[in-house]
Write a protein that binds this ligand. Structure first.
Ligand code: NAP
Length: 303
């Protein structure tokens, strides 16, 4: 049974390399013939762990290849996930499983709705990786992966492959609670670090802003019946700010490097959910508006 991995970016490479070195069959799916030619020239994917590069000559194909797909790891950014799923839908077998590695919320439901009938497993990852060059990825931070299916609580048999590949993971009976909690932490920290142009630790200078956002996010989580995700949110936000004080968050890195952010699947998603529940969350909405203006002023997409 072959693992098809769409997206030879940071997480795609991290997962593909570990599956391949465990002897599992893996195929990469790249955008087009040009990306495939670039990949062939690179001679494979290089994963750098603790400073040591290792190359994996994983076979690759383009989106419009016609091999059937039984296991798909969708490792694109949230804003690319639905389009990628659309382009691959006709190649999925009737019993196909799709693992969705996207951060935030919204993209997973959109893909699952489009691929109705196929099993869509949502993942939440705290592993860290970044692209050092094309097809070269640095494994920057050990972490964990939670996987779960909001529609079907039973764990799939193929988790054995992740075990064999040494991918740290756990089946979660409530993956939505995990994704909501991560979204809330992200909404409380990332936009403010962009607006104040600071590392995570810089938010210690803005305790009132952080507290106000946390209070409103807690209210939102309760309205969305995500009670577990709401518990002690403010305390955890303060802990994360301290534990990652020296880091620039992913959204800050995206903005400072002129890359598109995943705002619509993070703070944007939270604001839409608040509106749906008729909640007035002025601090959250104000930060959202300020962030949209900040992105527009830098010529970056606002979605
Ligand atoms: P990334 O490095 O930008 O990789 C995304 C990859 O998807 C790129 O290689 C891109 O191709 C590819 N792609 C997009 N659309 C495609 C299509 N239609 N066909 C083929 N390939 C396509 O992103 P990432 O950092 O791995 O992030 C993936 C998701 O994981 C995000 O939601 C992110 O927030 C989440 N996440 C990341 C980390 C991390 O440490 N990196 C940690 C936790 C969660 P091109 O190379 O051709 O552009």
């Amino acid at each position: 049974m072959t693992w098809h991995v769409l997206g030879a970016g940071s997480l795609g490479t991290l997962w593909a390399a570990r599956l391949a070195r465990a002897g599992l069959p893996v195929r990469l799916i790249l955008r087009n013939a040009e990306r495939l030619a670039d990949y062939t020239r690179a001679g494979g994917l290089t994963l750098i762990e603790q400073g040591l590069p290792q190359r994996y000559a994983i076979p690759a194909e383009t989106l419009d290849s016609d091999t059937p797909i039984q296991h798909l790891l969708l490792a694109s950014k949230a804003y690319d996930a639905l389009e990628a799923a659309r382009q691959l839908a006709h190649r999925l077998t009737a019993d196909a499983s799709i693992v969705l590695l996207q951060n935030g919320l919204g993209s997973q439901d959109a893909v699952a709705q489009h691929l109705q009938g196929r099993r869509c497993v949502y993942a939440s990852s705290t592993e860290g990786a970044f692209r050092q060059a094309d097809f070269q990825v640095v494994f920057a931070g050990a972490g964990h992966n939670w996987l779960g299916d909001p529609l079907l609580p039973a764990a799939p048999k193929w988790l054995e492959d992740l075990q064999a590949a040494g991918i740290p993971h756990q089946w979660s009976a409530d993956i939505l609670a995990r994704l909501w909690r991560k979204l809330a932490l992200n909404c409380a920290i990332n936009p403010l670090t962009v607006l104040h142009d600071c590392r995570n630790g810089g938010l210690r200078d803005y305790p009132v802003e952080v507290a106000n956002i946390c209070a409103e996010l807690t209210e939102l989580l309760h309205a969305c019946t995500q009670t577990a995700a709401a518990e002690h949110l403010h305390e955890e936000v303060l802990r994360v700010i301290d534990a990652t004080a020296a880091n620039y968050c992913s959204m800050h890195q995206d903005v400072s490097q002129g890359r598109r952010t995943e705002i619509s699947y993070l703070l944007g998603y939270a604001c839409v959910a608040a509106e749906r529940h008729g909640l007035r969350l002025p601090h959250l909405q104000q930060v959202h508006q300020r962030l949209l203006r900040h992105l527009a002023a830098r010529g970056l997409p606002q979605n």
